[in-house]
Write a protein that binds this ligand. Structure first.
Ligand code: SF4
Ligand code: SF4
Length: 713
């Protein structure tokens, strides 16, 4: 697990009137308990991973509350878990990263929204849209519209976020509809405080179980003929009920201002950005009081026509601030205004950029255009000056740096077990030719960047093998699909392996068995090493003991299966060559084993520190480069990309090429030595053992070695 949440768990226990301090996503976690959830589930992914991580670590406390916590194997299973709220008056919440997770979950979400719920059902999604996004830039809003799920987008402010979680359950129950709550990355990690309430026990829980199911009711099934009625209920009953609830409970917020002829309608999640832009223009004060009236939509779907008319009615023009395309809210507003026969001018995407994140300069630019068109008397020169200053800073930076900064793509951690596999692919493909590489989601996707630049497509989590199915018949060379163990269990086993076997495919699959879903913070998968395996492995990789992936594939009918130790580059290259060239027709799977280095270091470092403090002898391995031998051609760097294998000035005044060097931070994974050997590089690399708390014979040996070395020199 990425980190310990012991401190945060304590804040989940706060009672009535106590003050909660912390980040947004933990406030959501506390709000779930205050809302009386009976069950919580989800699949990890930024920026909402902490919600589930905290719940999993707080299992003892959750048990005491009677709350069931489930770490689901994918988002589809998390969404299906909400099925408990269809029949029973139980509140449940699930979480995942959107849009990817919502796509995986959408089958279950369709059925869930069709059947409707008795108990409140809340889906907390991390809205991964904007410049820091790590996956496809699409919006959850589209799914909410498609499936008639209500979508909350709370103003980034802890009391508002907490209120929306609590109101979300009530809204869900009032309209018998599941509710989604989207949080952007900044809202998840924003710090703040709110007055806590006591955690509410659920009337139905693990502590108060039900005595059997309700009587059979076909209306609870998303299945014809019930679906015909449910479809009508969605539009005729649930939608009006939701609008009524939103209006009566004033979930959307109006902030008044003195420039009453204008207005801004903003997605709640972007409210802070709008206020910041207005401050830059001199149209809002430090505390956020704006001269332009603002309607902050904490509920972006459904909109309430009466609220829109009330806000826009007396206004000459409104600006809609809505990130991403299509402009769902703007279109909805245009319909509402037309139906109400209001002549208020509607602006949005015509003044703000069509797609991409609405950063501060985008907002300021758009507001200057809007105010210029409708309130030319307002002084916006402060904003124009600010934009000009930013432009000057960018220009000065360009000049000082003699051009744009070189790209700095992310890369594998120091000593990552997946890096050697790509070194091996580089070496082996010199023999069998460059293959089509079907890449996947996970840490191994870092190989799409320099120095490996490997990957021809990414089609989703666990989809690499499936995505190579149409490539194989069209190529003389076998495509190579790569997926992690996280992706394998999430989707790859069925979508990839089973499908390939059914179709007698001839693909090659490399499964990176690092033991965890590392890219999301090293959460466990079903084949993660258990405590005993970790204790037994000590400083070694702890993933070798578990054979569930191998056994599952064998059980499925995979005949060609090899397991290799990632760090043995020569051996990995050999098995890759065998897989790519064997006469065997059928799925070939290579299990590339090596524990996630991040998790391994978290495991062995505290143990090492403890042993050192107790005076124990400790040996640490580090690699280095002999600067006198290094020729400066840097082929070792091109074959590795390890951040601690870098360059430094050549100490020889007669040579100008920088030499390779290993800096502090090398974890001694051994790849440098392996690469030097497998690729027959120069003999510059050396392996050093750093002995801490040396014993007398260590000192004696070091003394003898130093004497001999000095004598030879
Ligand atoms: S988190 Fe683990 S698997 Fe991912 S790059 Fe780092 S060491 Fe490699
Ligand atoms: S041995 Fe080489 S690849 Fe491994 S951590 Fe050290 S510098 Fe990086």
């Amino acid at each position: 697990m990425e980190r310990s949440f012991a401190k945060e768990i304590e804040s989940l226990k706060l009672g009535e009137g106590e003050t909660f301090h912390g980040e947004g996503i933990l406030a959501v976690t506390k709000a779930l308990l205050q809302s009386g959830v009976a069950y919580v589930g989800g699949y990890q992914g930024a920026p909402v991973s902490h919600l589930l991580d905290v719940m999993v670590q707080a299992r003892e406390y959750m048990d005491a509350l009677g709350v069931h916590v489930e770490a689901c194997t994918n988002e589809a299973s998390a969404a299906a878990m909400l099925g408990a709220s269809i029949n029973y008056p139980m509140r449940g919440a699930v979480t995942w990263k959107s849009i990817v997770g919502t796509n995986v979950a959408s089958d279950a979400l369709s059925y869930l929204s069709t059947a409707g719920v008795l108990g409140g059902a809340l889906i907390v999604v991390g809205e991964d849209y904007g410049e820091g996004a790590s996956v496809a830039l699409e919006r959850t809003h589209a799914v909410a519209l498609k499936s008639s799920l209500w979508l909350l987008d709370p103003r980034p402010n802890l009391p508002t976020i907490v209120r929306m979680v609590e109101a979300g359950f009530e809204l869900s129950e009032a309209s018998n509809t599941p509710v989604m709550l989207e949080l952007r990355i900044r809202a998840c990690h924003l710090q703040g405080a709110f007055a806590a309430r006591a955690n509410r026990p659920s009337p139905v829980s693990k502590n108060h179980p039900l005595d059997g199911p309700p009587s059979f009711d076909y209306e609870r099934l998303s299945h014809p003929p019930a679906t015909f009625r449910q479809e009508k209920l969605k539009a005729d009953v649930r939608l009006p009920a939701a609008r009524r609830f939103v209006a009566e409970h004033e979930l959307n917020e109006t902030f008044h201002g003195d420039v009453t002829e204008l207005g801004i309608i903003v997605q709640g999640g972007l409210y802070n950005n709008v206020v910041r832009a207005l401050q830059t223009l001199g149209l809002a004060d430090l505390y956020g009081a704006s001269r332009i009236p603002i309607l902050a939509l904490n509920v972006v779907y459904p909109l309430v026509p009466e609220e829109i008319s009330a806000f826009c009615g007396a206004k000459q023009a409104v600006l809609v601030v809505e990130e991403g395309m299509p402009e769902f809210i703007e279109q909805d507003l245009a319909i509402q205004l037309r139906r109400a026969d209001l002549q208020t001018r509607l602006h949005g995407k015509d003044m703000l950029q069509l797609a991409g994140e609405y950063t501060a300069d985008v907002m300021v630019n758009g507001l200057i255009k809007f105010l210029g068109a409708h309130a030319s008397a307002l002084d916006t020169t402060a904003g124009a000056r600010w934009l000009a200053k930013i432009g000057q800073t960018k220009h000065a930076a360009l000049e000082a740096l003699d051009g744009p900064l070189p790209p700095r793509p992310p890369t594998f951690c120091v000593g990552c077990p997946e890096r050697p596999v790509f070194s091996a692919i580089t070496l082996a493909s010199r023999e069998f030719g460059r293959p089509h590489i079907a890449a996947d989601i996970g840490c191994h996707a870092f190989a799409t960047f320099e120095p490996f630049s490997m990957g021809n497509s990414i089609l989703g989590y666990g989809m690499s093998l499936a995505s190579s199915a149409g490539v194989r018949p069209m190529q003389t060379r076998r495509p190579l699909a790569i997926m992690g163990d996280g992706g394998f269990w999430h989707n790859g086993l069925l979508s990839g392996a089973a499908s390939n076997l059914l179709n007698k495919g001839d693909g090659v699959l490399v499964v990176m068995k690092n033991g965890y879903t590392s890219a999301t913070g090293t959460q466990d998968v079903i084949s993660s090493p258990d405590k005993a395996a970790k204790a037994q492995a000590d400083a070694e990789s702890a993933v070798h003991a578990d054979r569930r992936i191998e056994n599952t594939l064998r059980g499925l009918g995979v005949k060609w299966l090899r397991s290799v130790d990632n760090y043995r580059v020569g051996a990995v290259a050999k098995v890759l060559k065998e897989a790519m060239t064997t006469k065997y027709k059928g799925l070939k799977v290579i299990i590339a084993e090596g524990e996630c280095q991040l998790e391994r270091q978290r495991r062995i470092r505290p143990a090492g520190a403890k042993a050192l403090a107790a005076g124990a002898r400790l040996v640490r391995v580090k690699y280095g480069v002999d600067e006198d031998t290094c020729t400066g051609d840097h082929s070792c760097i091109r074959l590795s990309g390890c951040p601690t294998l870098t360059i430094k000035d050549n100490p020889d005044p007669l040579r100008r090429d920088p030499v390779a060097t290993v800096i502090e931070g090398c974890v001694g994974c051994g790849l440098c030595g392996e690469n030097a050997h497998a690729a027959v590089l120069c003999p510059s690399f050396y392996r050093a053992e750093i002995v801490q708390n040396p014993k007398p014979w260590d000192r004696l040996l070091a003394g003898v070695r130093t004497t001999i070395r000095d004598w030879l020199q």
